[in-house]
Design a binder for this molecule. Sequence first.
Ligand SMILES: C[S@@+](CC[C@H](N)C(=O)[O-])C[C@H]1O[C@@H](n2cnc3c(N)ncnc32)[C@H](O)[C@@H]1O
Length: 238
Amino acid sequence: MPPKKRQKHRKYHLHDSGDLKGEIEALFNKKFVLKSREETWTLPDSSSMFQELPFILEDMISLKDELNRKKSSLNDMDIVQWHLHTRRAHKAGLVVKHLRENIHAEMCTQAWTKFHEILSSYDLIPEIARETKKLRSVHLCEAPGAFIASLNHFVKSYHRGLEWDWVANTLNPYYEGHDLTAMLDDDRFVLQTLSHWNFGVDGTGDLMKLANLESLQQDTADVHLVRMIDIHLKPSKS
Ligand SMILES: C[S@@+](CC[C@H](N)C(=O)[O-])C[C@H]1O[C@@H](n2cnc3c(N)ncnc32)[C@H](O)[C@@H]1O
């Protein structure tokens, strides 16, 4: 039998259909407002807890089983094939390529674009930094450093004259005791900017250790912008 001809992936063009444009806009508008500290849901009184008899939600159990079955079918998948598949299924997959080729942004990754979108959508450069023309940012769990590169690009493009300094933390890529599956060991950017990195009192960079967190706090007492922690762990069974 002759080999099956590989189907060409459909190429989308913006003028193809309004649907795609609408879909893209919906994706860009996927924004959520977090509740303020005052509005936050609080636990009910402990005396009202554990009063009901144990119960099982059948629908949820079958959903959970189905999800775990699906996840299990990926166990033996070749990782290269898997990444090929997820790359093809990713609707914004060509954005990074486009930016790399046309903007030549430094360390342009998906994280870079994510932070650029956040910076462009929200007013994150504080008033005080605009007035004093000085900005200090702290970046948590940051390696390989694309958020820093993204902020650099943003500051240089839209806030010329702003004197920017930054401190970053991450699991120390040179500490041999770290579990390689929990850590990103890409040190290309870290190596060139070592004086900006704070690896805590024990040199591990592990922010789960209180002493490291406190030393970072002391080191960054006057910062304006704290980049949210963004740790991607491997998908696990629910
Ligand atoms: C998904 S990466 C962040 C990527 C980053 N946003 C960027 O722009 O390039 C998560 C990082 O968190 C670090 N990390 C994981 N656990 C940590 C911990 N307990 N303390 C400090 N850093 C941690 C990992 O080493 C990894 O570099």
